[in-house]
Design a protein around this ligand. Structure first.
Ligand code: G1P
Ligand code: ZN
Length: 542
């Protein structure tokens, strides 16, 4: 097959954010854009003879993009691409496949929870041989290649369809189409006590899983309905669609409101959960209760030893900086290490590889373990189900008992979306300039103890990541964290994360916004949020 070398120009704005490169579909579909970025990845990672995994969340443009990527992969000497049937792989399933098949890396086509469709978002992420997102050294190398690129190589023939299982040759490359679900479902059976969960479901226990018209539909149907015996209809919105049914596939109380309302209403099943576009996020609910992702991480850590895959105990718990400190107290109680990393799953990779952390979590609905190197929505749901099957209590009881033992971290995230890029930068710059003047300041009954521009030194390889957000610590166990989103595709998003600790012997029954009202007011004033954003209130509160 003929290999063409096509001249191209460096692409702008290509710096990968928190999780791969995300852009509007219209940008990725601009002739030459996807081709150039894909070539930049291959220039950075030496593809000759490589085995790669490829898959995506089924969103609009995935099929076209995969056809193009396969042509570029073959032209660059890739030996084999293992791809999910019809291009489908959830992000955790792709991570598992990279590890299981000892691939050199993988390409994940997804913009996670961002909306899909022709006017929606698209994304491309490179994962390394451990199955996890490329660390900064690799993403920086990709950026450097994209900055100086002047050509891409592509096979002058159409790539084969990905609808039939099995192997096909494409030039000198083999394309192997695999079932996207089976290896992943088998891994879940190895980690969890499916018999115990099956028995619980065969009893009176009811559950509802909302796949949000996204990639987990087929996985959840196979696992919950086929293998665990939940009645049909337990998994809803189970057919993936290219635009996620017109929705915003982000499993939180705002975007998964129908499930949230069901679980807080009078007809609630015992357990509710949802996952996002590419299957790595999760939302957990019980009858009458929403579990914050920060609490979920802490509760899973405290109970992990009840689950077969973790019965020897956990080595440590890692959380992203803005995630509440609830899991730190559990780690302390268990006598294991607690880590605070920058936002983004890639920062957990080294800790997991080195066996220093077993469980990891982010406040943004990401929870996972050392079974793969991505966060994993269905894994989190199965952890909860397995723990409930052993403990034989309701979600609400489990959560309240946890608070009674460890105390409660009231938590909320306030997002100011689509603000002008300069306004966002000015706010952060002003905050950094004023940082040293903040300790000792008091307002709305809150006194600042410390103000820090968070930087992280990886304990395994010593790499340093600076400018990872601001942490304000207040007297009395409250924190406020501020950072700019690295995944948005329009304007800038300011994220303000707020937490207030309530010790075991105090009330845990307040509404979160009420419990946080002083830290919210103090932070708004100290940071002058309204002055910079011109917004009186956040756009999204979760
Ligand atoms: C967001 C979340 C972050 C997560 C990332 C990818 O990034 O906040 O925790 O790792 O999506 O799912 P952000 O937009 O805040 O940069
Ligand atoms: Zn995701």
């Amino acid at each position: 097959m003929t290999i063409q070398t096509i001249p191209t120009a460096p692409i702008d704005g290509q710096k990968p954010g928190t999780s791969g490169l995300r852009k509007k579909v219209s940008v990725f579909a601009t002739p030459g854009y996807l081709e150039t970025y894909t070539q930049a990845i291959f220039d950075a990672v030496s593809p000759e003879g490589a085995v790669l995994v490829m898959g995506g969340d089924g969103r609009y443009f995935n099929r076209e993009a995969m056809a193009t990527i396969l042509r570029i992969a073959a032209a660059n000497g890739v030996a084999r691409v293992i791809v999910g049937q019809n291009g489908i792989l959830s992000t955790p399933a792709a991570s598992h496949l990279i590890r299981k098949r000892k691939a050199n890396g993988g390409l994940i086509l997804s913009a996670s929870h961002n909306p899909g469709g022709p006017s929606g978002d698209f994304g491309l992420k490179y994962n390394i041989a451990n199955g996890g997102p490329a660390p900064e050294a690799v993403t920086d190398a990709i950026v450097a290649c994209a900055d100086r690129i002047d050509r891409y190589k592509i096979i002058a023939a159409d790539a084969p369809a990905l609808s039939n299982l099995g192997e096909v040759r494409f030039g000198d490359m083999v394309i192997e189409v695999v079932d996207p679900v089976s290896d992943y479902a088998t891994l879940m059976e190895e980690l969890f006590d499916f018999d115990a969960i099956r028995q619980m479901i065969a009893g009176a226990f009811t559950l509802r899983f909302d796949a949000m018209h996204a990639v987990t539909g087929p996985y959840a149907t196979e696992i919950f309905q086929q293998r665990l015996g939940a009645p049909s209809g337990s998994v809803i919105n189970a057919i993936p669609s290219e635009d996620f049914g017109g929705g915003h596939p982000d499993p939180n109380p705002v975007w998964a409101k129908p499930l949230y309302d069901l679980m807080l209403g009078s007809d609630a099943p015992d357990f509710g959960a949802a996952s996002d576009g590419d299957g790595d996020r999760n939302m957990i609910l019980g009858r009458g209760i929403y579990v914050t992702p920060s609490d979920s991480l802490a509760i899973l850590a405290a109970n992990a030893h009840l689950v077969p895959g973790y019965q020897i105990g956990i080595a440590g718990v890692a959380r992203s900086m803005p995630t509440s400190t609830a899991s730190d107290r559990v780690a302390d109680h268990l006598g294991v290490e607690a880590f605070q990393t920058p936002t983004g799953w890639k920062f957990f990779g080294n800790l997991l590889d080195a066996g220093r952390a077993t469980l990891c979590g982010e406040e943004s609905a990401g929870t996972g373990s050392d079974h793969v190197r991505e966060k994993d929505g269905l894994w989190a749901v199965l952890m909860w189900l397995n723990i409930l099957a052993v403990r034989k209590v309701s979600v609400a009881t489990l959560v309240k008992e946890h608070w009674a033992t460890f105390g409660r971290d009231y938590y909320s995230r306030h997002d100011y979306e689509g603000i002008a890029g300069d306004a966002a930068a000015e706010l952060m710059d002003a905050l950094k300039d004023n940082l040293s003047s903040l300790p000792g300041k008091s307002t709305h009954g809150m006194t600042v103890n410390a103000a820090e521009d968070f930087s992280y030194t990886d304990p395994i390889d010593g790499s340093v990541s600076t400018g990872q957000g601001i942490i304000l610590t207040f007297e009395g166990g409250a924190r406020a964290m501020l950072r700019l989103s690295g995944t948005g595709t329009e304007g800038a998003t300011l994220r303000v994360y707020l937490e207030q600790y309530a010790p075991p012997d105090t009330s845990h029954d307040l509404d979160a916004q009420t419990a946080l009202s002083n830290v919210i007011k103090a932070t708004s004033e100290l940071v002058q949020i309204e002055h910079f954003t011109k917004r009186k209130a956040p756009d999204v509160i979760t």
